[in-house]
Design a protein around this ligand. Structure first.
Ligand code: F3S
Length: 755
């Protein structure tokens, strides 16, 4: 299929030398995470010891994966850089834009129809620039990556938070924003703060109702949604080796729920088995030849406290199945305590829908174990009391479980098979309900369960569990049911119990698929034309930003002085705006619409000094831009936290904002602003934020002589004729100042490429 085995050969040939150089530089044994990180240092970061949680380091990832929602802006930017091909192997996966409503076939047809323009764009750009394209229906990005591209010891970035799923095959796979994907695809270094290390030692063996999902549900309960922030989680121990490779993928996938940068496991037999089952004997053989470099050193696992910043131990022999939620994935309930929690907290006891599958849990093993429960229901004369849906992770999985009968088993108890896509997991779910605002409970084998995520109803209590536990709950239709201990009454009025699930890790007859849904890029793409209609509502070719000049930073007006929290969601709202991710002009209509205006405490009402009226923020921005008046944005602490999406930097730039001045930045957003050629500045004295008045005319002094480490002066010309000067700081290095002078990082690359 599309994997470049020669690239892997070359990678593994040089791996021992790179790992040994790292060992020498650090003077000690290495964890797997360190081996991968140090083996992927970019030429801009010399081989030396870097301080975890402190030093920013440049890396050279091996590949990039993008899902269809985030790929649009990433590729629109990439197209401008003048390269013929991406610098590293890259793929696009059409999984986010398919609405789950009636079932796989109908929903897929509708999606292809509704999104044809976006799909055509993504496929033609992929075709032109050497990017592998996975059509709608081919599957969910992370499952496809696991089946085709992930390899032990590799490093990849993906424009989706659950990219870490590939850690199930021993990769460091990290979720990023589109701007990072552009960097790597154009061949720039990719920057990351050297992560801290959390070691999770797994002992014992899973049995009965307990599955790999329960490991991560337990870890989420221990570490909470913030506990993994800035850290990579490395699993080890005999318990890790006893688990399937796809189970490891589930654990790594949901590492995103504890905020971890990524999670990973060392190479072992389970990975070799998976490679061989997915027809990648050559990859397995190569891995075997360098296996000591694809796992942590024994000493690190024997004395983990010495090598990890934090160590957690979990005994799989005693681990109970868990149900986590509602509203947050770290609210972890062992199954034995869940019924009580439901009653005491007043969660709606009746279960309305059970949903299995998704990128998190649709391996052959997952679906086979869940099917064993459904099969019992049939033989014990039970039917699913709740609605029950199945979302296969890929066409290969769907085809195989269709061939082997698991899908038919689900359908026999009332299950509905959805398209191989994200669907309800991302809220792309047209849920059948008589009252979309009613308080109700659902349970999924997905990863996230924040309010409104699945069906948009804030009254829906969404719980997360393993596919086998979800299937049992769907049959019972009751959240107080404990499948390990309780009986159900069947059609004949008899009390029956469900036996623990059983299933195989990999299909006995191997995986099969007729059309996996992959389109290889053209060998000669010189004749491929990318057409974007100028009248399109959803896509718009980008026009390079023009460089900011000294004249433009004189006499500026305030677009908004944001009060309190101003996250990337406040700057560029998510939800329904997903549709416009490929259209800068249209998505800019959401700029700052949920940020609070300091001067009146209101949302989306700012004074515009051209019209002297209060206006919506995007309208005010356009009014200033049309009048050739530059604007400034002011903010408070940790401005731009949240997502790494570049829209939050591009939109203000599009509206004519020249400078963003805040008490402090979330670092990724600060870098994104620099990449888009805007001024990202901080108050030397945070109290100066208070000095900014609504009708100030603002000048920046010393713009042309801006240099690393040198502060800048901002003059606030008040309407009463007085003026105040305040000192501003910045963190631009030489290269970033070049981006500023060029108008953006991409413009700089364009200059270098002679575009
Ligand atoms: Fe899609 Fe949900 Fe995974 S949105 S990529 S199925 S987390």
């Amino acid at each position: 299929m599309p994997f470049d085995i020669d690239m892997l050969k070359a990678h593994y040939e040089s791996l021992p030398a790179r790992v040994n150089a790292a060992k020498q530089a650090l003077g000690r044994p290495l964890t797997l995470t360190e081996k991968i990180l140090y083996a992927h240092l970019h030429a801009d970061s010399p081989m030396q010891s870097y301080a975890r949680g402190k030093d920013y380091v440049f890396f050279a990832p091996d590949r990039v994966a993008m899902q269809d929602a985030t790929a649009q802006m990433a590729l629109l930017q990439f197209m401008m850089c003048g390269r013929d091909k991406t610098a590293v192997p890259s793929t696009v996966h059409c999984d986010h834009l398919i609405l789950a409503k009636e079932g796989a076939n109908t929903d897929l047809k509708t999606a292809v129809d509704v999104n044809s323009e976006v799909y055509d764009f993504l496929s033609s750009v992929s075709n032109k620039y050497g990017i592998g394209f996975w059509k709608p229906g081919a599957g969910i990005i992370h499952q496809t990556v696991l089946e085709n591209y992930a390899f032990p010891g590799g490093m990849m970035i993906g424009t989706d938070s659950h990219t870490p799923n590939a850690g199930g095959l021993g990769m460091l796979a990290i979720g990023v924003g589109g701007a990072d994907a552009v960097d790597v695809m154009v061949g720039m270094a990719w920057e990351l703060k050297m992560p801290k290390l959390i070691g999770v030692k797994l002992t014992g063996k899973l049995s009965g109702w307990t599955s790999p999902k329960d490991v991560i549900l337990k870890v989420a309960g221990i570490l909470t949604v913030k506990g993994g922030t800035g850290a990579i989680v490395e699993y080890f121990g005999d318990g890790a080796q006893s688990m399937s490779c796809t189970g490891k993928g589930t654990i790594c996938n949901m590492g995103a729920e504890i905020g971890a940068t990524t999670s990973t496991f060392g190479y072992d037999e389970s990975m070799s088995r998976y490679f061989r089952a997915t027809e990648r004997h050559d990859v397995a053989d190569l891995c075997d030849s360098v296996k000591e470099y694809l796992t942590g050193d024994d000493e690190c696992y024997a004395n983990p406290e010495k090598y990890f910043d934090q160590v957690i131990e979990i005994d799989l022999n005693t681990l109970e199945p868990h149900v986590n939620g509602p509203y947050t994935p770290d609210l972890a309930w062992p199954i034995s305590e869940f019924a009580k929690a439901v009653r005491e907290n007043g969660y709606p006891q009746k279960l309305e829908v059970g949903l299995i599958g998704s990128c998190t849990n649709s391996s052959y093993e997952d679906l086979d174990r869940a099917a064993s429960i459904a099969r019992q229901a049939k033989s014990k004369k039970l039917v699913a009391k709740a609605e029950f849906t199945i979302t296969p992770g890929s066409e290969q999985i769907r085809y195989t479980v269709n061939r082997d009968g698991q899908l038919a088993t689900f359908e026999e108890i009332g299950g509905v098979v959805m398209a191989n896509a994200c669907g309800p997991c991302i809220g792309q779910w047209s849920r059948h309900t008589d009252d979309p605002t009613r308080a109700n409970s659902i349970i999924t084998s997905f990863n996230r369960n924040f309010s409104k995520r699945n069906d948009g109803n804030p009254q829906t209590r969404s719980f997360v569990a393993s596919p086998e536990i979800v299937t049992a709950f769907a049959i019972a239709g009751d959240l107080t049911f404990n499948p390990l201990t309780d009986t159900l009454i069947n059609e004949d009025g008899q009390a029956v119990m469900l036996d623990p699930p059983s299933g195989v890790e990999l299909p006995a007859k191997g995986f099969a698929v007729e059309d996996a849904g992959y389109l290889a890029p053209a060998a000669d793409s010189s004749k491929v034309v990318i057409s974007v209609s100028p009248s399109s509502n959803r896509l718009q070719l980008l026009t390079p930003f023009t460089p900011i000049t000294n004249d433009q930073v004189q006499g500026m007006r305030i677009l908004i002085k944001a009060k309190g929290k101003c996250t990337t969601d406040h700057i560029s709202m998510a939800g329904p705006w997903l549709e416009f991710r490929g259209h800068l002009q249209n998505i800019s209509k959401n700029t700052f619409i949920s940020a609070v205006n300091y001067f009146n405490g209101e949302v989306n009402q700012v004074l515009n000094l051209v019209t002297n009226t209060y206006m919506a923020v995007p309208d005010s921005g356009l009014a200033y831009r049309d009048a050739s008046i530059s604007t400034v944005v002011f903010g408070e602490e940790n401005y731009g936290e949240g997502s790494s999406r570049e829209h939050a930097a591009m939109q203000p730039r599009f509206l004519g904002v020249k400078a963003v001045v805040v008490k402090s930045f979330a670092r990724i957003h600060e870098t994104n602003l620099k990449k888009q050629g805007a001024l990202a500045l901080t108050f030397a004295n945070p109290e100066d934020y208070e000095k900014i008045r609504q009708d100030d005319s603002i000048d920046i002094q010393g713009f042309d002589s801006m240099a690393p480490g040198k502060s800048i002066t901002m003059v606030l010309n008040h309407s009463d004729g007085t003026a105040e000067s305040i000192e501003l700081l910045h963190t631009y290095n030489e290269q970033q100042i070049e981006w500023l002078r060029a108008g953006s990082a991409l413009n700089k690359i364009r200059q270098e490429m002679g575009v």
